[in-house]
Design a protein around this ligand. Sequence first.
Ligand code: S3P
Length: 449
Amino acid sequence: MTTLIVHPTTQPLVGSVPVPSDKSIGHRALLLGALCHGNSRILGFSHGEDNVSTATCLRAMGVSIAEPAPEELVVTGVGLDGLQAATGDLDCGNSGTTMRLLCGVLAAQRFRSTLVGDETLSRRPMMRVAGPLRARGALLEGRRHPTRAGEIVAPLVVGPLPQGRHLAPLEHDSPVASAQVKSAVLLSGLYAAGMTRFREPTVSRDHTERMLSALGVPVRTTGPVVEIDPAGWSRRMPAFDVTIPGDLSAAAFLLVAAQIVDGSRVVARGVGTNPTRTGLLEIARDMGAGIAVEARGERSGEPVADLHAWSSSMRAITIGGETVPRAIDEIPIACALAARARGTTRIRDADELRHKESDRIATMAGVLRAFGVMCAEHPDGLDVEGVDGPLAAADVDSKGDHRIAMASAVLALVARAPSRVRDAGCIATSYPRFVATLRALGARVDVED
Ligand code: S3P
């Protein structure tokens, strides 16, 4: 198992760096590329393991995905009805997005599929997608959750939809703001005989809607309600070219590192700034952190910018409400900001964090305490007491959660002695070059296998 030994910084972090391609957009580009007609080109693809899991599953269903150049993929689409049954299980690895989005597509196929995942993914709740898909007539079974009545987990068996039957129209009121659930429902809507209407409590990331709309699918968004009305639609999506923006959820670790290491100045270039993803930038600004969004532009229908971050003194704030879904993957690293801010930062409305790659409220509370940061756990969040001066050196376990591993490594930069981050191999699921990038900025990180 990989362990990082992160040394306290002796100098500011300085540099201008690229970040890996956006993982959420990567999944969608692959999946929609497979369902289009013809060759779609995906540029700037950076091979995080989660995205590779989606590619592997699609290849297993007969989709050809070539790599003519580094960071460039060509997906040969088979159309909505061209997927073939895989000969074995579809392995989603650690990727919840792969599993949940595929459920939406597989629910409409005339063949049966079995979706499996690693130990972490096999603990995550799947009823949130099974419920609405079953409600429109799909067959979707899972293993019973060991403790939560009515909940199911992977392995999942999806389909077949009997010949002559179609998925029914659906109106679904989701109790959680979740782009994975929304996307699964919308993708199933491509196959449905009638309208799909999905409502969520507040708006989650909208990459699926943007991409479907660019491909001519009749999608309409009104606040937190998204509809697809397929009446009159050809059911053919044309091939496309997409250049994937940098992943703000990966850039966040570098931006926060720059904010907490005195004297630092870091620029993350070409990062996606879709407003459904920028909660962390607002949180950082509200805390008084040095952050600027420059060179704004657009890449394949998504806003992008260069993000500049520099160290400054921060104050505690309360984080909650509609900001949380727009920062859902960044809450662990926001805890690192809180650990360095004056006062007590309160994080609320974030109970969804308990269902991520680990229970991120409990895991992050354990990490913070290991670094000598006082915190109180709540059912839906955390209170974090800022610390003035160096943190305690820590020995922490990521629990197989990439974002916990990276947040721990960032906290370790301001500890008084070297810290260990165990089970850090999971970082490759989203940011294979994380350690290399930290080193390029001047940090000292050793890797033990
Ligand atoms: C994702 C949606 C979010 C996020 C995950 C990626 C997506 O999950 O946490 O990392 O690409 O749709 P939920 O939809 O479960 O909130």
